[in-house]
Ligand binder design. Structure first.
Ligand code: FAD
Length: 528
């Protein structure tokens, strides 16, 4: 045994950095934060557009992939996940979306007291300093600083098009989403605001907070049924780090269920076939996986006003200078400039499609930005019904788990994917885009039937990297954690990260994960 703490937090990602900060705030608790990856010294983490280069970098990305996806062309789909202080918030797309009022009211309705919109709103406010128009729903003093995207002519034309279609501009982060706006980026003064930057850097010298990096947690240690610490691999040595109050797993939607299973908590059949002894049968661990699957259209643009030209040659040199001297421009941007929320069917109570507009286009073969001007409209089904799973295959903590996303396995998901593609076309065909719109490149004007569009969705779609639900919260026996995020059947162990979402939030998942950690910290500190 090396050290003794009150709390051990496993994973220094979006949620873990929040917990490290909040649990150590009063000065009385001794807190250990244990992160498998390195410190966030790589400068490309901090330059917002740098994620393009960091995705796939084995030094800071776990580089997971799914099993061949039966309903998505039999492809293995890449699942990057941050493996560095900041976690996935160090290499994500920086887009700030909270979700809709109905998401959280639904969580409460499922039997999770305290998780309705009105109850989580104070945490959404507490986590942010919003750089746009102030309002009672928005925070002004929180650690995570948020900027509004700089206007550009193509994005302006899209906002006008969306407005003409009954989707007016609004702050989409106040509970009601139907409408559109410039993307809110989790950046400040042109730099990424990962959870490590926002929550950890300001407090890393607290003497009651110990941050371990390069430390892979292999399992939770138990005394009987009580979690008393973790075993980790650090600099080639095995070390046990003990705690007297609680172990908190914040290892994310892939690794939190993996760690529960490695510790003997999970589906008995999964544990037995992986060669792990069962401590606690927990049928929900690794089940109920939900993720967002995106489909998209691209068009040629007839004027040199897109990101494509800004990202090459002399104009790129200008953008680099703009970044260095003014911290503005291309290098400070999130991967979309406009976001819109709409309903695939008018009778729905709230939007089920998110559109992301990019005044740029990628070559599908190389994934690099095209050299000629182009624009992209991506559509995501917000509340997919397809469910997948994540399970260990062996007791080796380094072995990647088996990920089955099951994209497009539910009928409604296929219908909404096609509706999303039609929505992309519909928006791009509006008159305000006449000055810019050239030919449709993808899916291409020949594809119009339901069957053709679905076929395109299956083979060209991809994840927007929002896995959730694998340690789902709820009152039922197969929920992994209760509404206070305590793991069922054992003591002294919680999961606090994106994996506890009982249903996926309608939007991007970083800010909801941080909200979960803010609320989770209060649950821990209030001793409940
Ligand atoms: C490429 C990409 C783009 C995205 N774009 C957006 C976006 O634009 N907007 C948005 O809101 N969301 C986005 N997301 C999703 C968002 O980033 C995640 O939902 C969020 O970061 C999840 O937070 P988390 O705390 O649950 O997990 P993570 O942030 O992934 O943190 C988990 C941490 O635990 C560590 N860890 C795991 N296992 C162990 C172990 N055994 N021992 C020690 N440490 C361990 C990991 O290294 C990591 O640091 C994106 C994600 C990706 C990958």
């Amino acid at each position: 045994v090396d050290s003794e703490f009150d709390y051990v937090v496993v994973g220094g990602g979006s949620a873990g950095c929040v917990l490290a900060n909040r649990l150590s705030a009063a000065g009385s608790n001794k807190v250990a934060l244990i992160e498998a990856g390195p410190r966030d010294l790589n400068p490309l983490i901090h330059i917002p557009a740098g994620y393009v280069f960091n995705l796939g970098n084995p030094a800071i990305d776990w580089r997971y992939q799914t099993e061949p996806e039966p309903h998505a062309g039999g492809r293995r789909i890449a699942w990057p996940r941050g493996r560095v202080l900041g976690g996935s918030s160090a290499l994500n797309g920086l887009i700030n979306v909270r979700g809709q009022r109905q998401d959280f009211d639904h969580w409460r309705q499922l039997g999770n007291p305290g998780w309705g919109w009105d109850e989580v709103l104070p945490y959404f406010r507490r986590l942010e300093t919003f750089g746009g128009s102030p309002s009672p729903e928005r925070g002004a003093t929180g650690p995570l600083r948020i900027s509004v995207t700089e206007p550009d002519p193509v994005s302006e034309a899209f906002l006008e098009a969306l407005g003409g279609l009954g989707l007016p501009r609004r702050d989409i982060n106040q509970g009601e989403q139907e409408g559109c706006d410039y993307v809110e980026a989790i950046t400040w003064k042109g730099l990424r605001q990962s959870s490590a930057v926002a929550y950890l850097n300001p407090v890393k010298r607290r003497t009651n907070l110990k941050i371990y990096t390069g430390a892979l947690v292999e399992k939770v240690l138990f005394d009987g049924r009580r979690a008393v610490g973790v075993r980790c691999r650090m600099h080639g040595r095995t070390r046990d780090i003990r705690c007297t109050a609680e172990v908190i797993l914040s290892a994310g939607a892939v690794n939190s269920p993996q760690l529960l299973e490695l510790s003997g908590i999970g589906r008995p059949d999964v544990l037995r076939s992986a060669g792990v002894e069962v401590l606690q049968a927990a049928p929900g661990v690794g089940e109920r996986l939900q993720d967002h699957y995106a489909v998209f259209s691209t068009h040629r643009v007839t004027k040199p006003v897109t990101l494509n030209e800004r990202a090459s040659g002399l104009r790129l040199a200008g953008e680099i200078a703009r970044f260095i001297f003014r911290r503005r421009g291309l290098l400070t941007m999130a991967p979309a400039t406009v976001v819109a929320f709409l309903k695939s069917r008018p009778e729905l109570a709230s939007p089920d499609i998110q559109l992301g507009i990019i005044p740029g286009s990628r070559n599908p073969a190389t994934n690099a930005l095209e050299s000629e001007p182009g624009m992209t409209c991506a559509a995501v089904q917000l509340r997919p019904e397809s469910r997948g799973s994540i399970h260990i295959r062996s007791p080796d903590p380094l072995a990647h788990p088996i990920i089955r996303a099951n994209y497009l396995s539910a009928d409604v998901d296929r219908e909404v994917a096609v509706a999303g593609l039609r929505a992309c076309r519909w928006v791009c065909e509006q008159a305000s885009l006449d000055p810019y719109r050239g030919d449709e490149l993808l899916p291409g004007p020949r594809l119009t039937s339901e069957a053709d569009l679905l076929d395109y969705a299956r083979t060209a779609g991809s994840t927007v990297y929002h896995p959730t639900g694998t340690c789902s919260m709820g009152p039922q026996a197969d929920a992994v954690v209760d509404a206070r995020l305590r793991v069922r059947g054992v003591q002294g162990l919680r999961v606090i990260d994106a994996s506890i979402m009982p249903t996926i939030a309608s939007g991007n998942t970083n800010t909801p994960a941080i909200m979960i950690a803010e609320k989770g910290a209060d649950l821990v500190l209030s001793g409940r």
